[in-house]
Design a protein around this ligand. Structure first.
Ligand code: HXC
Length: 520
């Protein structure tokens, strides 16, 4: 009697294990070998590499696209479930390229949307690992409908839970638009591509020269030209490491505070004194804004976002005495830190993200202003630059700004000035805060006087010097209460940490409205 029960139980377990093995084999060993030959891991291998060991719990591995189809593949090319990263819960899904090229059927889509629902109901970040030929062509409009449902889930989750997309293969059509709706895109160099229309379509529509997939939408293109990708990774392991690091700065959802490192892990910069002489006397000589950050944030904690795109702006996460913060700055090494269209988009987007997920914003300003010229005007610098103002004004997280050198005109106002809501607005003694730079101001104000002078060059130099002394200093603003303080650069870290202890989410009465119209 006992024997037959054991046999029966074993048989059931055998069936379960056989079914599990079949479901886990995806499109079969031959396709798995092809995937490996391309230097790519399989969907399940990727999830295992991303999560803490043995924490993955898969959902719906036995789902079939068409139950009546004898050749249908279990799971339908989407591996979904939850697990842990550094002991914190996350939802994760990965597209299995060995099953119909990772393409999205309605069944595949609904596995993803069910995971999005689970993440939303439980306040968990969503990580998507993409490797997909886009909408499942054989399925026609139902696959498009499935994509629509995924997009819908992305938008509803936006601002509630962090969403991170890792591009690990060709990602065409809908496979590019869902990531575009998420917060961060990481692309693996050489193996991943993102494009809406492939080279063949481009050729058939306008007869253009065939471009290869990589030069059309490879990782380097999107990380440096289009700005679609926030990070580029040399290989899959590095990309998954970036996900883990990124999540270490973020709360699981918008109702929580970002994780705070215990004081043991807090590392003050080794040296601060160099900050006092970092900014060159000559306003035309650049310096590296990253060196400012080195002397302010916890050692090694600056994690740059969008590092290869719009490099005249600098954004990223960091820690201050263990507390995660968002950093926004100009980079004087690139185009003198001027604000152009791409820099505007980069800054505004990052500010919106930090505000949604409760990360205080620290802004370092050194910008001669907005980039002049017909290219920028025709490209809509007015519309794009307005996004920075909109994002800072709407942000209710603590906002601190430090002017390190130039803050002229529009750049002064938009970069977290007191007028647009900074809680604390500081400057270094090297700050030059004015409507415009001395040379430009003198040209406007003193044109006739200079022309009439026996020594025009000498007269101009004297006027420039005079303007610099009276207007292009932090004290003109400090005397009028527009700056909260002028501080010694070496004291910046201490002042910011003290301020972060005090500042809380701003409680401001807001006019009732459904939502504003952000200039996009
Ligand atoms: C069904 C697909 C598929 C798809 C690939 N496969 N894409 N099956 N629907 N969309 C299948 C292939 O037929 C092949 O099956 C297997 O996956 C592997 O594909 P290969 O072409 O052999 O791989 P590779 O050479 O690496 O090329 C990958 C690729 C290419 C670049 C992704 O397959 C491709 O161009 N696919 C079509 C991309 C596309 O245009 N998708 C539709 C986008 S429109 P077999 O059995 O032969 O091995 C869209 C609508 C939404 O997504 C838009 C929203 C805005």
């Amino acid at each position: 009697m006992e024997n037959s029960l054991t046999e029966k139980t074993d048989a059931r377990l055998d069936e379960l294990r056989a079914r599990q093995a079949q479901a886990q084999s995806g499109g079969g060993q031959a396709r798995i070998d092809q995937q490996h030959a391309k230097g790519k891991l399989t969907a399940r291998e990727r999830i295992a590499a991303l999560l803490d060991p043995d924490t993955f719990e898969e959902l719906q591995p036995f789902v079939l696209q068409h139950c009546e189809d004898a050749n249908a593949i279990h799971g339908d090319g989407a591996v979904t479930g939850f697990g842990q990263i550094d002991g914190r819960n996350v939802c994760v899904y990965a597209q299995d390229f060995t099953v119909y090229g990772g393409s999205v059927s309605l069944t595949h889509a609904r596995k993803i949307t069910q995971l999005q629902d689970l993440a939303l109901r439980n306040g968990l970040p969503i990580v998507g690992l993409f490797d997909s030929g886009g909408a499942r062509i054989q399925e026609g409009v139902t696959s498009l409908h499935g994509y629509g449902e995924i997009f819908c889930g992305n938008v509803i989750a936006s601002g509630v839970v962090p969403q991170i997309s890792v591009m690990m293969g060709p990602c065409a059509g809908g496979a590019a638009y869902s990531p575009a709706l998420t917060d961060f895109i990481i692309m693996v160099d050489k193996t991943s591509t993102m494009y809406i229309t492939g080279p063949d379509v481009i050729k058939s529509v306008n007869g253009g020269t065939i471009v290869d997939h990589e030069s059309l939408g490879g990782a380097r293109v999107h990380a440096s030209i289009s700005g679609v990708a926030h990070f580029i990774a040399e290989d899959e392991a590095y990309a998954l490491g970036l996900v883990r690091r990124l999540l270490s700065y973020l709360p699981a959802n918008n109702a929580e505070s970002p994780p705070r490192l215990p004081p043991d892990d807090v590392m003050a910069p080794a040296n601060l004194a160099y900050l006092n002489t970092l900014v060159p006397d000559d306003p035309n000589v650049p310096y590296d804004m990253r060196m400012v950050l080195d002397g302010v944030v916890d050692r090694g904690s600056f994690f740059e976002v969008h590092a290869g795109w719009a490099r005249n702006a600098l954004v990223g996460f960091a820690r201050m005495a263990g507390q995660a913060v968002g950093i926004v700055a100009q980079q004087p090494l690139e185009k003198a830190g001027v604000i152009d269209i791409d820099a505007s988009d980069k800054i505004a987007r990052f500010v919106r993200f930090c505000d949604a997920f409760n990360l205080p914003l620290i802004t370092f300003v050194d910008s001669p202003g907005f980039l002049p010229g017909a290219m920028q005007e025709h490209g809509g610098i007015i519309r794009h630059g307005a996004k920075i103002i909109y994002a800072y004004v709407a942000a209710t997280v603590p906002k601190i700004s430090v002017v390190t050198r130039k803050a002229y005109g529009g750049a002064y106002i938009v970069m977290s000035s007191k007028a647009i809501g900074a809680d604390l607005h500081l400057a270094w003694p090297s700050a030059e805060i004015a409507v415009m730079g001395p040379e430009a101001a003198v040209n406007v104000l003193n044109r006739r006087e200079i022309a009439a002078d026996a020594d025009p060059a000498g007269r101009r130099a004297a006027l420039v010097q005079d303007y610099r002394k009276t207007h292009a200093t932090p004290y003109y603003a400090a005397e009028r209460g527009i700056l909260d303080n002028v501080i010694e650069p070496a004291q910046t870290r201490a002042t910011l940490i003290a301020a972060l202890r005090v500042l809380r989410e701003q409680l401001r009465p807001k006019p009732p409205k459904k939502h504003g119209i952000m200039p996009v």
